[in-house]
Every structure is written in structure tokens, then in C-alpha cells.
Write a protein that binds this ligand. Structure first.
Ligand SMILES: Cc1cc2nc3c(=O)[nH]c(=O)nc-3n(C[C@H](O)[C@H](O)[C@H](O)COP(=O)(O)O)c2cc1C
Length: 334
């Protein structure tokens, strides 16, 4: 398997940590980097409006670690001028290797603002956003999108034309429609369709729950790289296992749950401001607990604790006798 190159940026191994709001902050990316195997890291989605006023060099959401490279910054919004301004300000920090525009988020406030997946029906506005963004960006530029319309090949051809003509360097597809949320299985065949109909490198995303799923996705769809979201939060070392399997090796022994909790907490304290500690610890433990049969019960006990260090203490106590089960992971939100 040849490593993926996107406009000169080498993504090796061809495995990508998905952008996830509240989850893929600097501390979590450092945790993933610690275990290895991730070829490209993503920030969580960054608000284009906020970035026009906040200084990205000081904004807590734009913090970067030391090992989370190459790093992509993802921006969400629907006002071309503000989006370009946000990209320019992020670019000026010199911290990011790739920029990405969000055309995939189907959730509450983002939909109400008309951002994310809501933009998939506003084709002319999308075209303008992508063209204008391309003009201001000197680094590789990608789009992450959901399926614009199920089974509508004509619409897909239109999208391919828009992406290629805008000068986008690559596209990540999460093959569910905005209405699907996470309810139906991801339709990998749509990744294959897109890969066959565009000259752009396609990154496949959706329902990769084991290293073997990642290899299967590449074989079945012809995508050039695989992006992993939920499974990477539950097992931040999944990329290491994916890289090992890609080279014909096997899945390596999982770390001890308490070791993972301790390392994450140390990284949160090292990389994030104190005002984010409580929320970021709670959210990560919510996902980590999903690995275990009594995870919901564990998390209910953890979340009652009032401080992040008390939550960590409770997690250590509850997970002390646990071992991570084998793959595949089974996220509750699936
Ligand atoms: C908690 C959560 C937050 C997410 N936040 C973002 C986001 O900020 N930007 C984005 O493009 N996608 C976001 N996503 C979607 C993921 O990037 C990914 O496309 C989706 O989870 C499917 O991949 P998976 O099956 O590997 O989880 C989010 C998903 C989850 C579960």
C-alpha cells in the first residue's frame, strides 16, 4: 500500500483521526500520538465566526500539542468571507498542515445555523465557499462531507465537478445522508462510487470498528486512506493496530485501562486550560466506559463526581479490574 500524498503532504500510514467536537483536542491527539500509527490528526470543528474575533494563537480550541502532526484544522460556517478570514487566521499561526471545510455535521445548533451538512442543499453557496477558500489557502485543502442525496448519481456527478473545479485537494466521505444521523449503517459502496468517479484522493469514513474493517474498507472501496472517529475515542491505540495489520502483522496487546485514564488525565493537565478539564474528562470517560459491559453503570457513577480529578479517581477504581475486550468496538451511538 503506497502512502497517501495530498498536494505534497504525506499521510503515512494512510490512517486519519476524525474531527470530533469536544473530543479531538490537543490532549486527546497527544494520547493518540503516544500510541502511534495515525498519519493525520484533525482538530475538532472550529467556528468560523468566533475565529474572526478570537486570536487563534490563544483560543483554547485551537491549541496544538507537540506530536499531533501532520495536523488538519477543520472549519465550519456558511459565510464565505468569515470562513476565508478564519482560514487565513489559522494559516497565519503556522501550526496546521492541511485545512478542511465541514460539509458533514448534521447536529442541532450547526443545522440551525445552516452550517455543516445543511449546506449540501445550497450548492451555489458551497461552490463560492470552496472557490474563495482555495484562493486564500496555501496549504492542502480538503472537504469532509456526508452523502448529498441517497442513490442520486446525477447529484454526485455535480458534486464531483464542484469539488474538482474549486481546486480542492481531496475529499473525505462519511456515506450517510444528513437525515440518517448514525441510524443506518454507513454505505461503503458510496465511497467506492465516489472513488471511481473523481480524480481526487478519497478518504473513507464510517463504521470502522476494528483494524480489519479499515483494511476491508480500502479493499472494497478503493479509498486511499481511512478516517476513524468513534472507535478511536474508545481505543486511542487503534491506529497502531491498523498500521500493524496493514503490514501483515497482528493486533497488539491493548494497554491497561487505568494506564489509559492516567495518561489522558496527565495530558489534559499538560495541554488544556483548567476551565476545559471537567468537560473534557467527562466526555472522554463516557466513551472509554463504552468498552465495558457495565460501562453505562460505571459512567453514571463517574459523572456524579464534582471535579475532574475525582472523576479520574472513580474511573481508576472502577476500571482497575477491567481489561479491554477484543475488536470490534461497539459504540452506543451507532
Ligand atoms: C461526538 C462526535 C463529534 C463529532 N464532531 C465532528 C466534527 O466536529 N466535525 C466533523 O466533520 N465530524 C464530526 N463528527 C463525525 C465524525 O468525524 C465521523 O464522520 C463519524 O463519527 C463517522 O465515523 P466513525 O464511524 O468512525 O465514528 C463527530 C462525531 C461524533 C461521534
Amino acid at each position: 500500500m503506497t502512502p497517501l500524498e495530498i498536494a505534497g503532504l504525506r499521510i503515512d500510514p494512510p490512517f486519519v483521526l476524525a474531527p470530533m467536537a469536544g473530543l479531538t483536542h490537543a490532549a486527546f491527539r497527544e494520547l493518540v500520538a503516544h500510541y502511534g500509527g495515525c498519519g493525520l490528526f484533525y482538530t475538532e470543528m472550529l467556528n468560523s465566526r468566533a475565529l474572526c474575533t478570537n486570536d487563534p494563537a490563544r483560543d483554547p480550541y485551537c491549541l496544538t500539542g507537540s506530536r499531533d502532526r501532520p495536523l488538519a484544522a477543520q472549519v465550519a460556517g456558511n459565510e464565505p468571507e468569515k470562513i476565508c478570514r478564519a482560514f487565513q487566521r489559522l494559516q497565519a499561526t503556522g501550526r496546521y498542515d492541511l485545512f478542511d471545510f465541514n460539509l458533514g455535521c448534521p447536529r442541532g445548533a450547526i443545522q440551525r445555523y445552516g452550517w455543516g451538512a445543511r449546506l449540501l442543499v445550497r450548492i451555489d453557496l458551497c461552490r463560492e465557499i470552496l472557490h474563495e477558500s482555495r484562493k486564500v489557502l496555501e496549504k492542502p485543502f480538503m472537504v469532509k462531507m456526508r452523502t448529498p442525496g441517497r442513490g442520486d448519481e446525477g447529484l454526485w456527478h455535480r458534486w464531483v465537478e464542484i469539488l474538482e473545479q474549486a481546486g480542492v485537494d481531496g475529499v473525505t466521505l462519511h456515506p450517510r445522508t444528513p437525515q440518517d444521523l448514525f441510524k443506518r449503517p454507513a454505505r461503503w459502496e458510496e465511497i467506492g462510487f465516489l472513488a471511481r468517479h473523481t480524480r481526487l484522493p478519497v478518504v473513507g469514513n464510517g463504521d470502522v470498528f476494528s483494524p480489519h474493517d479499515a483494511l476491508r474498507m480500502m479493499e472494497r472501496t478503493g479509498c486511499r486512506a481511512v478516517m476513524v472517529g468513534r472507535a478511536a475515542v474508545m481505543r486511542p491505540w487503534i491506529f497502531r493496530d491498523m498500521a500493524s495489520c496493514l503490514q501483515g502483522g497482528t493486533v497488539l496487546p491493548a494497554p491497561d485501562p487505568v494506564e489509559v485514564v492516567d495518561l489522558y488525565w496527565a495530558l489534559v493537565q499538560q495541554w488544556l486550560p483548567e476551565k476545559l478539564h471537567e468537560d473534557r474528562v467527562r466526555l472522554f470517560l463516557f466513551w472509554l466506559c463504552q468498552n465495558f459491559p457495565y460501562g453505562v453503570h460505571y459512567f453514571n457513577r463517574i459523572r456524579r463526581r464534582k471535579t475532574p480529578s475525582a472523576m479520574v479517581e472513580k474511573a481508576r477504581e472502577l476500571l482497575a479490574k477491567e481489561k479491554f475486550p477484543g475488536y470490534p468496538v461497539r459504540p452506543l451511538m451507532s
